[in-house]
Design a protein around this ligand. Structure first.
Ligand code: G
Ligand code: G
Ligand code: MN
Ligand code: NA
Length: 250
């Protein structure tokens, strides 16, 4: 339909945008990187949320073009940031099914001149559920290149523990449902504490998403998380507004 046609045009012309949400060290002050989040400003409908256009892009196969564009753009933007700030890019399971993902990633890094260690790829448990063997083989190739791998929305999917066993993730991102439950229900604090203990025993770093209050931040510091992300610390912004924030910490 019409939205698919418009999405194809946006994907081919590269008229999407990436916004960047800051990632902070556990002190809440030290900027360590940004997560890239795709934004589509439709010419007549206005902003279309990723929850609408990402599934559409996956169904129509346009995610290959869009995902490759996001990787190129994010690497190019990050190469201009001062210091060694990292950039995290979200991947859809469909990007593992079509094309050569390691080659796409390598090309994006090379074109930008960005060291692989500064790129982090965020995947979800649904990827590992759908194609465990192929996904793990591809992730190992990416890890060998030096790219970091993070498990997004951790704790909301299935069989998280088996995946932690089978693949050396660099980071898990605790889903914001847990962050929001801190201080609401003592069970949530116990679960978050247990996730941190388990992850650290496996040499995996822990990001907590969706930090909105000082109480949540204090609880996450108490539990020994490594990294914080959320509206309290910073909302996603266009790259053009980063220059100042990035220079302050450099
Ligand atoms: O930024 P926002 O909360 O609207 O993002 C909603 C969802 O869209 C998140 O789950 C995020 O992972 C996903 N998303 C945002 N940008 C991208 C992208 O570039 N690629 C993929 N595959 N998903 C994205
Ligand atoms: O699935 P993923 O973690 O990639 O989703 C990122 C999404 O989370 C983005 O759409 C972003 O706008 C949203 N987000 C980031 N910080 C917060 C927050 O503090 N609260 C809420 N409710 N959403 C957030
Ligand atoms: Mn994410
Ligand atoms: Na998430």
């Amino acid at each position: 339909h019409a939205l698919v046609r418009d999405l194809r045009e946006a994907a081919e012309r590269g008229t999407m945008a990436l916004h960047y949400q800051p990632l902070y060290a556990i002190d809440g002050h030290t900027l360590v990187g940004y997560e890239a989040l795709m934004r589509w400003m439709h010419p007549t409908r206005g902003p279309v949320p990723p929850s609408e256009f990402i599934p559409l892009a996956e169904e129509t196969g346009l995610i290959g073009t869009l995902g490759a564009w996001a990787l190129r753009r994010a690497c190019r933007d990050a190469a201009r940031w001062p210091g060694a700030l990292s950039v995290a890019v979200n991947l859809s399971p469909a990007q593992f099914e079509t094309g050569d993902l390691p080659a796409t990633v390598a090309a994006a890094l090379a074109a930008a001149g960005l060291p692989a260690q500064r790129l982090e790829l965020e995947i979800t448990e649904s990827l590992l559920m759908r194609h465990p063997d192929h996904a793990l083989a591809t992730l190992r190739q990416l890890a060998e290149m030096g790219v970091r791998i993070a498990m997004d929305d951790f704790g909301t999917g299935y069989s998280s523990l088996a995946y932690l066993w089978r693949f050396p993730f660099d980071k898990v991102k605790i889903d914001r449902a847990f962050t929001h439950g801190l201080g609401q229900d003592p069970k949530v604090n116990l679960i978050v504490g247990a996730i941190v203990t388990l992850a650290h025993a496996l040499k995996i770093r822990v990001n907590a998403e969706g930090v909105e209050t000082a109480e949540q931040m204090a609880a996450l510091q108490h539990h020994g998380c490594d990294e914080l992300q959320g509206f309290m610390l910073g909302r996603p912004v266009p790259d053009t507004s980063l220059a100042h924030a990035a220079q302050v910490t450099d």
